[in-house]
Design a protein around this ligand. Structure first.
Ligand SMILES: NC(=O)c1ccc[n+]([C@@H]2O[C@H](COP(=O)([O-])OP(=O)(O)OC[C@H]3O[C@@H](n4cnc5c(N)ncnc54)[C@H](OP(=O)(O)O)[C@@H]3O)[C@@H](O)[C@H]2O)c1
Length: 262
């Protein structure tokens, strides 16, 4: 039986570790050729080595999604090696800066928006013409529950940039209806990754008692998702037809999508 994403070319930003690494592996298991992009050269190489060791075709490039020139260069190198990107997973993200909103340095806030919101738009602009020409494409953005009211106090840059990413998702999905290109987002829930470690390490004085307690409890009560959970949902969305939806790991829709695609 043909694998759902057989021979499709996928790009996973932030594919060096965490959810992105798991997604790269899951997409490859579903038949895709995978390009991995992140800033840390060693982590990109490790994921690419893992993919190749498992017999998959893969390539990697180091690049910063917030740096227009470096990103364009990395994307050109990857498409030169593998071909046009047909599945884009905008996963690279940062949860800093944290602290009382009025004390946040606006430059750092802008940098977080550049990574979490403008970076995905830059990647979309790079891949969309090829997807439209082919009449098939999948764009999956990785968001967070913190993008929904009441947000995450003392992480305003994160909440606001990801709320923007949600709106980018639904706007673009509506614009692209009928083109064969779907646009969705995945809310992974709390996942056991370096980002979760970083948030758990923030002192209550910085992140506030409520959010500090929440991150401690996720860990202490064993409530962290494994990176394969969002990875499997992202892969199901890439293999399916759903568009315009923001799907949370653990939701009924997520279960239906993952069960149907596996
Ligand atoms: N873990 C959670 O609980 C959780 C919950 C909800 C949503 N999410 C979302 O899931 C996504 C993945 O997070 P994660 O938990 O897997 O975090 P992670 O382990 O910190 O991984 C983040 C990945 O993004 C890359 N990245 C960060 N800034 C980048 C930049 N400017 N340019 C290119 N790559 C960049 C990182 O590599 P480099 O640093 O080497 O560039 C890394 O590969 C994020 O969008 C995050 O907001 C995570």
């Amino acid at each position: 039986m043909a694998l759902p994403l057989q021979s499709r070319i996928a790009l996973v930003t932030g594919g060096g570790r965490g959810i992105g690494r798991a997604t790269a592996l899951a997409l490859a298991e579903a038949g895709a050729t995978v390009a991995v992009l992140a800033r840390s050269v060693d982590e990109v190489e490790r994921t690419v080595d893992e993919l190749r060791a498992a017999g998959h075709r893969a390539a990697g490039a180091s690049g910063d999604v917030a740096d227009a020139a470096a990103l364009a260069d990395a994307l050109h190198r990857l498409t030169g090696q593998l071909g046009n990107i047909e599945v884009l997973v905008n996963n690279a993200g940062v949860s800093w800066p944290v602290g009382p909103t009025a004390t946040i340095d606006p430059e750092q806030f802008a940098q977080a928006v550049a990574v979490n919101l403008v970076g995905p738009l830059r990647c979309i602009r790079h891949v969309l013409p090829g997807m439209l020409e082919a009449g098939w494409g999948r764009i999956v953005n990785v968001t967070t529950g913190a993008a929904n009211p009441p947000g995450m106090p003392r992480a305003a840059a994160y909440s606001a940039s990801k709320a923007g990413l949600n709106q980018l998702t639904v706007n673009l999905a509506a614009e692209l209806a009928g083109t064969g290109v779907t646009v969705t987002a995945v809310d992974p829930g709390p996942v056991d990754t370096a980002m979760q470690d970083y948030m758990r390490d923030q002192p209550a004085e910085v992140i506030g008692d409520r959010v500090h307690g929440m991150f401690q409890r996720f860990h202490a009560e064993g409530r962290l998702n494994h990176p394969t959970q969002p990875a499997n949902l992202i892969t199901a969305l890439a293999a399916g037809e759903v568009t315009g939806e923001i799907v949370a790991v653990g939701s009924d829709l997520a279960a239906e999508l993952v069960n149907t695609s596996s």
